[in-house]
Design a protein around this ligand. Structure first.
Ligand code: HEC
Length: 162
Protein backbone atom coordinates (compact mmCIF):
# COMPACT_ATOMS: atom_id res chain seq x y z
CA UNK A 1 0.00 0.00 0.00
CA UNK A 2 2.79 2.34 0.94
CA UNK A 3 4.61 1.52 -2.28
CA UNK A 4 1.50 2.28 -4.28
CA UNK A 5 1.25 5.61 -2.52
CA UNK A 6 4.82 6.49 -3.42
CA UNK A 7 4.30 5.50 -7.05
CA UNK A 8 1.17 7.62 -7.24
CA UNK A 9 3.05 10.51 -5.73
CA UNK A 10 5.70 10.17 -8.44
CA UNK A 11 3.02 10.06 -11.08
CA UNK A 12 1.46 13.25 -9.75
CA UNK A 13 4.79 15.06 -9.55
CA UNK A 14 5.73 13.87 -13.04
CA UNK A 15 2.42 14.96 -14.53
CA UNK A 16 2.75 18.24 -12.71
CA UNK A 17 6.18 18.82 -14.21
CA UNK A 18 5.22 17.94 -17.77
CA UNK A 19 2.10 20.05 -17.39
CA UNK A 20 4.20 22.99 -16.28
CA UNK A 21 6.57 22.64 -19.21
CA UNK A 22 3.66 23.25 -21.59
CA UNK A 23 3.40 26.76 -20.28
CA UNK A 24 7.12 27.37 -20.78
CA UNK A 25 7.87 30.52 -22.67
CA UNK A 26 9.53 28.57 -25.48
CA UNK A 27 10.61 31.80 -27.22
CA UNK A 28 12.56 33.06 -24.19
CA UNK A 29 16.01 32.60 -25.72
CA UNK A 30 15.11 33.56 -29.28
CA UNK A 31 16.37 36.81 -30.80
CA UNK A 32 13.99 39.74 -30.48
CA UNK A 33 12.11 40.83 -33.59
CA UNK A 34 11.52 44.42 -34.64
CA UNK A 35 7.82 44.43 -33.80
CA UNK A 36 7.31 45.82 -30.32
CA UNK A 37 5.56 48.66 -28.59
CA UNK A 38 2.50 49.70 -26.72
CA UNK A 39 -0.85 48.95 -28.35
CA UNK A 40 -2.43 52.40 -28.35
CA UNK A 41 -6.02 52.86 -27.18
CA UNK A 42 -8.83 52.72 -29.75
CA UNK A 43 -9.25 55.87 -31.77
CA UNK A 44 -5.56 56.81 -31.84
CA UNK A 45 -4.31 57.75 -35.30
CA UNK A 46 -0.95 55.98 -35.44
CA UNK A 47 -0.27 57.21 -38.98
CA UNK A 48 0.00 60.72 -37.58
CA UNK A 49 2.59 59.32 -35.16
CA UNK A 50 4.73 57.81 -37.93
CA UNK A 51 2.97 54.43 -38.21
CA UNK A 52 1.76 52.93 -41.48
CA UNK A 53 -1.59 51.66 -42.80
CA UNK A 54 -1.10 48.08 -41.66
CA UNK A 55 -0.26 49.16 -38.12
CA UNK A 56 -3.38 51.34 -38.07
CA UNK A 57 -5.47 48.35 -39.21
CA UNK A 58 -3.88 46.19 -36.52
CA UNK A 59 -4.56 48.76 -33.80
CA UNK A 60 -8.15 49.14 -34.97
CA UNK A 61 -8.71 45.37 -34.70
CA UNK A 62 -6.91 44.67 -31.42
CA UNK A 63 -7.22 47.88 -29.36
CA UNK A 64 -10.57 46.67 -27.98
CA UNK A 65 -8.99 43.90 -25.91
CA UNK A 66 -6.51 46.39 -24.38
CA UNK A 67 -3.56 44.06 -24.88
CA UNK A 68 -0.91 46.40 -23.48
CA UNK A 69 2.70 46.22 -24.63
CA UNK A 70 3.77 43.64 -27.16
CA UNK A 71 7.11 42.16 -28.11
CA UNK A 72 8.12 39.82 -30.91
CA UNK A 73 10.65 37.02 -30.96
CA UNK A 74 11.91 35.17 -34.03
CA UNK A 75 12.96 31.53 -34.10
CA UNK A 76 16.76 31.27 -34.51
CA UNK A 77 16.30 29.13 -37.65
CA UNK A 78 14.09 31.77 -39.24
CA UNK A 79 16.19 34.77 -38.23
CA UNK A 80 18.49 34.86 -41.30
CA UNK A 81 15.40 35.05 -43.56
CA UNK A 82 13.80 37.64 -41.25
CA UNK A 83 16.82 39.93 -41.44
CA UNK A 84 16.82 40.08 -45.24
CA UNK A 85 12.99 40.22 -45.53
CA UNK A 86 12.97 36.90 -47.33
CA UNK A 87 9.70 35.36 -48.44
CA UNK A 88 10.56 31.66 -47.99
CA UNK A 89 10.82 30.59 -44.39
CA UNK A 90 11.88 27.08 -43.39
CA UNK A 91 9.15 24.81 -42.03
CA UNK A 92 8.49 25.27 -38.33
CA UNK A 93 7.58 28.14 -36.09
CA UNK A 94 8.73 31.49 -37.46
CA UNK A 95 7.96 33.89 -34.67
CA UNK A 96 5.72 34.96 -31.85
CA UNK A 97 4.07 38.19 -30.74
CA UNK A 98 3.81 38.25 -26.96
CA UNK A 99 1.08 40.15 -25.08
CA UNK A 100 2.09 39.53 -21.47
CA UNK A 101 -0.61 41.67 -19.89
CA UNK A 102 -3.41 39.60 -21.40
CA UNK A 103 -1.57 36.25 -21.05
CA UNK A 104 -1.61 35.65 -24.79
CA UNK A 105 0.89 34.94 -27.54
CA UNK A 106 0.29 35.04 -31.30
CA UNK A 107 2.25 32.43 -33.25
CA UNK A 108 3.06 32.09 -36.94
CA UNK A 109 4.26 28.74 -38.21
CA UNK A 110 5.14 27.56 -41.71
CA UNK A 111 4.24 24.10 -42.93
CA UNK A 112 4.99 23.16 -46.51
CA UNK A 113 5.28 26.83 -47.42
CA UNK A 114 1.85 27.65 -45.95
CA UNK A 115 1.25 29.69 -42.81
CA UNK A 116 -0.53 28.44 -39.71
CA UNK A 117 -1.62 31.05 -37.18
CA UNK A 118 -2.56 30.40 -33.58
CA UNK A 119 -3.12 32.19 -30.28
CA UNK A 120 -1.93 30.51 -27.09
CA UNK A 121 -2.63 31.33 -23.49
CA UNK A 122 0.88 31.81 -22.05
CA UNK A 123 0.12 30.37 -18.61
CA UNK A 124 -1.36 27.11 -19.91
CA UNK A 125 0.11 26.73 -23.40
CA UNK A 126 -3.42 26.05 -24.67
CA UNK A 127 -4.88 27.50 -27.83
CA UNK A 128 -7.42 30.28 -27.35
CA UNK A 129 -7.91 30.88 -31.08
CA UNK A 130 -11.51 31.45 -32.14
CA UNK A 131 -13.47 29.79 -34.91
CA UNK A 132 -16.11 32.55 -35.06
CA UNK A 133 -16.13 34.29 -38.44
CA UNK A 134 -14.55 37.73 -38.25
CA UNK A 135 -13.31 37.24 -34.68
CA UNK A 136 -9.95 38.99 -34.01
CA UNK A 137 -8.51 35.71 -32.73
CA UNK A 138 -9.71 33.62 -35.69
CA UNK A 139 -6.70 32.43 -37.76
CA UNK A 140 -8.59 33.58 -40.87
CA UNK A 141 -8.39 37.15 -39.52
CA UNK A 142 -4.63 36.79 -39.05
CA UNK A 143 -4.33 35.41 -42.57
CA UNK A 144 -6.28 38.28 -44.14
CA UNK A 145 -3.76 40.76 -42.87
CA UNK A 146 -0.48 38.80 -42.85
CA UNK A 147 -0.94 37.27 -46.31
CA UNK A 148 -2.52 40.01 -48.33
CA UNK A 149 -2.41 43.49 -46.82
CA UNK A 150 -1.11 45.42 -49.85
CA UNK A 151 1.76 42.92 -50.02
CA UNK A 152 3.39 44.64 -47.06
CA UNK A 153 4.33 41.45 -45.19
CA UNK A 154 6.91 39.13 -46.76
CA UNK A 155 6.72 35.41 -46.12
CA UNK A 156 3.69 36.10 -43.85
CA UNK A 157 5.91 38.14 -41.53
CA UNK A 158 5.07 41.80 -40.92
CA UNK A 159 7.40 43.18 -38.27
CA UNK A 160 10.50 43.50 -40.45
CA UNK A 161 8.87 45.76 -43.05
CA UNK A 162 10.91 48.89 -42.21
C1 HEC B 1 -4.66 43.95 -39.48
C2 HEC B 1 -3.39 43.28 -39.57
C3 HEC B 1 -3.00 42.15 -38.67
C4 HEC B 1 -3.77 41.14 -38.15
C5 HEC B 1 -5.26 40.93 -38.29
C6 HEC B 1 -2.88 40.28 -37.41
N1 HEC B 1 -1.62 40.74 -37.48
FE1 HEC B 1 0.05 39.83 -36.76
N2 HEC B 1 1.13 41.49 -37.18
C7 HEC B 1 0.68 42.59 -37.88
C8 HEC B 1 1.69 43.62 -37.88
C9 HEC B 1 1.59 44.98 -38.56
C10 HEC B 1 2.77 43.12 -37.13
C11 HEC B 1 4.05 43.87 -36.80
C12 HEC B 1 3.72 44.90 -35.70
C13 HEC B 1 4.75 45.99 -35.59
O1 HEC B 1 5.47 46.27 -36.56
O2 HEC B 1 4.83 46.62 -34.51
C14 HEC B 1 2.40 41.76 -36.74
C15 HEC B 1 3.24 40.88 -36.05
C16 HEC B 1 2.93 39.55 -35.80
C17 HEC B 1 3.87 38.55 -35.32
C18 HEC B 1 5.36 38.75 -35.02
C19 HEC B 1 6.15 38.28 -36.26
C20 HEC B 1 5.98 39.24 -37.39
O3 HEC B 1 5.21 38.92 -38.34
O4 HEC B 1 6.59 40.33 -37.35
C21 HEC B 1 3.17 37.40 -35.19
C22 HEC B 1 3.72 36.06 -34.74
C23 HEC B 1 1.81 37.67 -35.59
N3 HEC B 1 1.70 39.00 -35.96
C24 HEC B 1 0.80 36.72 -35.60
C25 HEC B 1 -0.55 37.05 -35.78
C26 HEC B 1 -1.65 36.17 -35.47
C27 HEC B 1 -1.53 34.75 -34.94
C28 HEC B 1 -2.80 36.87 -35.75
C29 HEC B 1 -4.22 36.46 -35.56
C30 HEC B 1 -4.63 36.01 -34.26
C31 HEC B 1 -2.39 38.17 -36.26
N4 HEC B 1 -1.03 38.24 -36.25
C32 HEC B 1 -3.27 39.13 -36.72
C33 HEC B 1 -0.53 42.69 -38.51
C34 HEC B 1 -1.63 41.88 -38.23
Amino acid sequence: MRKFFIYSLFAVVFLGLTGASQADEFWKKWPAGKAKGPMPPCGVNVIALGGDDILQATVDIYCGVKPGNYKSFIHPKAFATYKVRGSKYPDGIVGVLVFKQIDAVFTTEIKGGKPIYDVLQISTGKSIASSDAGHPLNPATCEKCHASFEGVCKGFVCGNRF
